[in-house]
Each structure stands twice: as structure tokens, then as C-alpha cells.
Design a binder for this molecule. Structure first.
Ligand code: NAD
Length: 292
């Protein structure tokens, strides 16, 4: 069994760290929110007083933080992972962040003989709780092989997608698809309702045809009922659309639909829906048609 330092015990990190503790690993968790640390202790882990404490003695360090500034602070900051981890430590960043930061971490870690993977996830809170996440991993093949037993504790679909940063690029592709599909399901609902057609009945038919997709399967009823409890917040999707557009710029490609979806998500935030589930893109489309 392995000593694991786990930093970031929020909606996703909390159940993931608990699964690792249940699997028999010695998990030392840290979060700036003391209540989150207490939850890990109640789930069989150990509480750490800071990043340095979580990393001390760890063979594997996992970060699950909101965005790249948080990851940079924890990894590069004073008393952070790169300063305190012993050579040979495997640092697995499972946050969704911009690929450049993953590359910067990999570069800086090389000098310290710390091994690094970017390993963002898909599957949401339910996937984290059920240990059924999809994990897209960037980095060296040997490090992926070493990390695989830990991924298997929290995930079901685990794929090495390429070198450092590739995991984040695949995650950006996931987020532009998810945002686009939500936007179009919202438009389908607005069209049907404005035409006097029962949108719930209409979407039931569509979910059996060529337009079938998991968002229709999982979310059509809650969208038609206007239930927008998160889930995954518009605020976080706004961050992810920014990552997708920045990655497109870096790759020197034009993604026009992604640009449009990013603007719809930004509009949702500006309209005050940032803390609602991303399916609330429907409200943006309704508002554009004067139907809110
Ligand atoms: P969250 O905000 O619930 O959790 C992040 C945690 O990090 C918080 O508990 C916060 O207190 C902690 N934190 C912030 N700065 C810290 C620091 N310097 N040191 C220690 N702890 C710190 O977010 P989440 O929903 O768990 O998401 C985490 C990451 O996973 C994000 O990048 C998100 O985009 C991604 N993600 C989320 C979902 C989802 O459905 N929620 C799904 C897939 C991927």
C-alpha cells in the first residue's frame, strides 16, 4: 500500500480521496477548507496541515484543484510540491487546467526528478462518487503504468492519450462537445415549446434517433422541468471554454462553434447563472428569444 498525498478535497477530490483510503492506501489530504479535511478523516484518511505536510513521505501526490492558479500555487509555491517532494515522487494533476501549465510543471519537475502526469477526468460528481470516472492521461508511458492502479480505484475508462499536456487537450475537446450539445438541446426545447409542441415528448423521440446522446439520456427531463441544481457549474464550464479557445489558438486552428458556445456560456454567467448547472444554457437561449 502506498502513501498518497491528496490536495484539493472538493466535490470531486473528496470522494476520490475517500476511495483511495478505502482501498487501503495511506492518504494524507489537505484542503484550504478545514471541513473538507475533516470529511476525509471521517472516511478513513489522515488530515494534513498544509501542502508540505500532505507531501511529506508521499510516493504519489494527487492534486484536484479548481484552476491553473491554484495548481501553480500548490506545485511551484514556497513549501509546494516541487520544493518538498522527494525524487521519484509521482505527481498526478487531475484538475482541469490549461495544457501550458501541465507542460510547465512537467518541465520544472524533470530537474527535480519528480515524475508528472496530467490526468483530468470526466464523469462529474456522480462518476467520482461511484468510482466510475473517465480519465485522460498525458505523460510518459512508464509513469502512466505506475499510476494505473490508483486510477483504477477512482475510474473505469482509463486511457493514456499522449505526451504531457495531451490529457488536458482531450479534456478541452470533451468540454467543447458537452457545451455545444447542451446549447443545441436547449435550442431544440425552445423551438418545440414556442411551436406549441410538448418538448418532453419530442425529446423522447429524438433520444432514439440519430441525435441520441448521453446528455439527452441523462438531462432531458430535468431541462424540460427547469431543474438546474449543479452538477457542473456554468462558472467552471466558462473556465473550460477559455481553456478550449486558448488551446485552439496555441494549435493555430479556428473552432467557430466552440467560440459561439463560449459566448453563450459567458452570457449565462453575465445573466447571473454561474452557480447553476451547465444545462442552464437553456435559460440563455430562452432569454435571447424573449421567452424567459
Ligand atoms: P471544488 O471547487 O469543489 O474543489 C476544489 C477544492 O480545492 C476546494 O475544496 C478548495 O477549497 C480547494 N483548494 C483551492 N485552492 C487550494 C489550495 N491552494 N490548497 C488546497 N486546497 C485548495 O471543484 P471540483 O468540482 O472538485 O473540481 C475540481 C477540478 O475538477 C476542476 O478543475 C474541475 O473543472 C474539474 N472537474 C469537475 C467536475 C465536476 O463535475 N465538478 C467534473 C470533471 C472535472
Amino acid at each position: 500500500m502506498t502513501n498518497v498525498g491528496f490536495i484539493g478535497l472538493g466535490i470531486m477530490g473528496s470522494p476520490m480521496a475517500a476511495h483511495l483510503a478505502t482501498a487501503g492506501h495511506e492518504v494524507r489530504g489537505y484542503d484550504v477548507n478545514a471541513g473538507a479535511v475533516e470529511r476525509l478523516v471521517a472516511a478513513g484518511g489522515h488530515g494534513a496541515s498544509g501542502v508540505t505536510d500532505a507531501v511529506a513521505g508521499a510516493e504519489v501526490v494527487i492534486t484536484m484543484l479548481p484552476n491553473h492558479p491554484h495548481v501553480e500555487q500548490v506545485v511551484f509555491g514556497s513549501g509546494g510540491v516541487l520544493e518538498t517532494a522527494k525524487p521519484g515522487t509521482l505527481l498526478i494533476d487531475m484538475s482541469t487546467i490549461r495544457p501550458e501549465t501541465s507542460l510547465e510543471i512537467a518541465q520544472a519537475a524533470r530537474d527535480k526528478e519528480i515524475r508528472v502526469l496530467d490526468a483530468p477526468v470526466s464523469g462529474g460528481e456522480a462518476g467520482a462518487k461511484q468510482a466510475a470516472l473517465s480519465i485522460m492521461v498525458g505523460g510518459e508511458a512508464d509513469d502512466f503504468a505506475a499510476a494505473r492502479p490508483f486510477f483504477e480505484v477512482v475510474g473505469k475508462t482509463i486511457v493514456h492519450v499522449g505526451p504531457h499536456g495531451a490529457g488536458q487537450v482531450v479534456k478541452a475537446a470533451n468540454q467543447l462537445l458537452v457545451g455545444g450539445i447542451y446549447g443545441l438541446v436547449g435550442e431544440a426545447i425552445v423551438l418545440m415549446e414556442a411551436s406549441g409542441v410538448d418538448a418532453g415528448v419530442g425529446l423522447d423521440v429524438l433520444a432514439g434517433g440519430l441525435a441520441a446522446n448521453r446528455i439527452l439520456d441523462l438531462k432531458r427531463e430535468s431541462m424540460v422541468a427547469r431543474e438546474f441544481q449543479p452538477g457542473f457549474r456554468i462558472d467552471l464550464h466558462h473556465k473550460d471554454m477559455g481553456i478550449a479557445l486558448a488551446a485552439a489558438r496555441q494549435a493555430e486552428v479556428a473552432l467557430p462553434l466552440t467560440g459561439l458556445v463560449a459566448q453563450l456560456v459567458a452570457a449565462g454567467r453575465a445573466m447571473g447563472y454561474g452557480s447553476l448547472d451547465h444545462s442552464a444554457l437553456l435559460k440563455v437561449t430562452e432569454q435571447l428569444s424573449g421567452r424567459a
